[in-house]
Design a protein. Sequence first.
Length: 220
Amino acid sequence: MNKTAIILGATGLTGSLLLDNLLNNDAYAKVIVFSRSKIEISHPKLEILIIDLFKISEHQDDFKAQVVFCCIGSTKAKTPDESVYKSIDYGIPVSAAKLCKLNNIPTFIVVSSLGANPKSNMFYNRIKGEMERDVLNLNIENTFILQPSLIDGRRDELRIFEWLWQKAMRLINGLLIGKLRKYRSIKAETISDAMVILDLNGYKNQIIESHQIKELVKNA
């Protein structure tokens, strides 16, 4: 295979791991990163385009690949302005999916969140749910939406509450059994591995919950 892949969100925790995965996978001949900030990585397969991600729809001519991986996401703590938050977590993924449709890119894989629901009373869950709904409505040939629980991993920026919550979750994960197991924390490496598996092998469901992400990687 000589695939070209596009990544959005390659500077984040999951996205940076995914970028490393793709650069070291022979199935991908070229990896294009759309980013608002510089990435200190050099690789013969890598092309970096520094753009305003809020205006990604203006870059249709550069948006050419066989698969698009979207790892874009913020937090309420990092982006307290709800309109800006929606522009990131809803606007960028939906705009990218629309470009996939326009350019006949057959596969769109996006990281959402467990609990996403367009009818939710919780702002975060509602925005993620609206994003999922509108991405699915585009009917891209292969659409996969990952819904991880709390993502466990080391971030460049210090998020005290999230760090403490990760520590707590590691202690109680074993208590979450049966229907509750989907709420166990999940490693960022597992999510990035699953995204590659989904692209190369497909899956039976379009929406993949946290425990299913783990099973997908375990059974690969």
